[in-house]
Write a protein that binds this ligand. Sequence first.
Ligand SMILES: Cc1ncc(COP(=O)(O)O)c(C=O)c1O
Length: 384
Amino acid sequence: MKDNTIVTHTGNHPYDNHGIVNPPVYHASTVLTRTYEAFLDRSNAKVRYGRRGTPTTFALEEAMTALERAHGTVIAPSGLAAITMTLSALTEAGDHILITDNTYAPTRNFSNKILKKFGVEAEFYDPAIGADVAGLIRDNTRLIWTESPGSQTFEVQDIPAIVQAAHARDVIVVMDNTWSGGYFYKPLDHGVDISIQAATKYIVGHSDVMMGTIACNEKTYAKVQDSAGSFGLCAGPDDVYLALRGLRTIGVRMDRHNDNGLKMAKWLESHPEVIKVMHPGLPGSAGHELWKRDFTGASGLFGFVLKDPSRARLSALLDTLKFYGMGASWGGYESLLLPNSPAGNRTATTWEPGGQTMRIHVGLEDIDDLIADLSAGLDRYSAA
Ligand SMILES: Cc1ncc(COP(=O)(O)O)c(C=O)c1O
């Protein structure tokens, strides 16, 4: 099955459910066993306790496993929970891990604060390192964390080269695949062991649910599932249902994000107030050649840098935009525009673009309306 068929037909079994198209929402904590024999054998039951998942959870797991071409998926109550559950599952005291320097800031914080407390050392590396990551691998290196493109500065990583170096030393590779929604990039096809997503973004797609997914290969699934189960974290059934419902339309949404995003990036590239645009789909952008080689499209999230910023100029731009919200969580159907400061979240590399870094999420609106609104905003920026 191709992706659009997978997201339409996987994870629902209508003829096991009275012909009803969507799986039911099971609200459950207690799960009863009918007999004493079944009670003794309860650890082998698929449905055994609400926290361990219900048929609603299993439906989302099944669909995400198919989309990510994984062996199995663990559902987490947020994207960050997916990150922390994965990092905790795969590391122990004395281990060293490598994390890309452009990673989502809370991944860095968790590693520097919580993992450190448990004796795990995190080292940050240049996202453009490629095969040279081999030089950073130590005897106690357990895991390499990748995020491509990074969700602030949008460098694309050479994932196959990193995987080759890692697997030569028996090191696990994890990728934060939130940007592609699992639709434009298949980490496990490129040798990555685990693809995590903040399903909060494109899987849910409607800015109304927190959710994470951990899609694992055969080598890692049991370990992650076992460890994640020990944390007692689980997603609520209505949220799981909404994530499944969002997933059904991810293909059409991502294709529109791709088209709108590229049109916006090209328009911004020629704007006199813009120093540079960080969109992997633009020739000349960092990682464009890798993106062309490995990805099948681009989502709606990218960056650009504005000339000569000031508080007054940014207020003039942002305060009266009609169609862009200023919010951190992206991947919904609507557009967002946000000034950000990636420099403070880097230690192995620097970010000095010579102006104000902006992050835009180009939503599903009509692109002409979006460009007209931003154009008026940038006129105000120029005038202020
Ligand atoms: C790249 C990336 N990964 C993970 C997360 C965390 O997801 P959540 O907000 O669902 O915890 C985010 C959220 O912004 C993100 O941008």
